[in-house]
Every structure is written in C-alpha cells, then in structure tokens.
Design a protein around this ligand. Structure first.
Ligand SMILES: [Zn+2]
Length: 131
C-alpha cells in the first residue's frame, strides 16, 4: 500500500523558521570511534581526549519503518529511518521513498528554541538497465 498524495498535507513540510545546523560529532583520540551527537567524552571508552568533527551530510539508509499512530495533531503516517553517516547511525524522519541502502542527504533542523530534528531526504532511485 502506498500513501496517496492527499494523505501527506502541506503543513507537514518544515516551517521556514527552522534553522539548519551542521552535523557535529565527537571523535575520540584514544579509541578512534565517533560519538553523535557531540559530547564531552567518548561513548565507548569514556576518554575525554578527542575533538568535535563535522560529519558529511550524505548517508545511507540502514533501516526504516512507517508510523501510523500518534498523539492528536500528529500528521500521519510518517516514516523514520536509521541512516549511516561516516561511521555513526542517525535516527531521522524520512522525506521521500526510503529503501535500504538508498543514499540521502541528512539535515539537522532546529525550530526556534528547540533541539534539532534530523531529516533525511532520500534520493530517487535511478532507473538502471540491470535485470
Ligand atoms: Zn573512545
């Protein structure tokens, strides 16, 4: 079952008041792993020896699901995904038609005075001559 155009209202689009932020992670100098969002110590080895790094905005869909229930006022259905970006997995709302392995651009959008919400714009599947 695919969603029809009239089940996705215009209001669902991001408010123009949202500010786009860079994707800031923290890379550990002791173990080399990356924690996201950025924090003051490593999530894996607890070292405080590391630095903030900006992640690229391109990622790959690891998995996704579509949500059909929610509190009153929630535009339904909506789809969320885990997206792998440079070694970290980011939970994001999906814009477009997700597929496992699909490439997409991840945005951190911060409505005024609120923490960032992550959105992945999934690229359309290229028509290919295979199979
Ligand atoms: Zn570490």
């Amino acid at each position: 079952m695919s969603p029809s155009a009239d089940t996705v209202p215009e209001e669902r689009r991001q408010s123009s008041a949202a500010i786009e932020l860079p994707l800031i992670a923290w890379r550990c100098s002791a173990c080399g792993r990356t924690s996201f969002p950025a924090r003051s110590r490593c999530s894996y080895c607890w070292s405080e020896d590391g630095a903030e790094v900006e992640l690229p905005s391109e990622g790959e869909v690891h998995s996704f699901t579509t949500i059909h229930v929610g509190p009153p006022g929630t535009p339904l259905p909506y789809t969320v995904a885990y997206v792998d970006v440079d070694g970290v997995r980011i939970f994001a709302r999906v814009e477009g038609e997700p597929r496992i392995g699909a490439h997409g651009r991840v945005h951190a959008l911060a409505p005024t005075g609120e923490p960032p919400q992550f959105v992945v714009e999934v690229e359309r599947e290229e028509a290919s001559g295979d199979g």
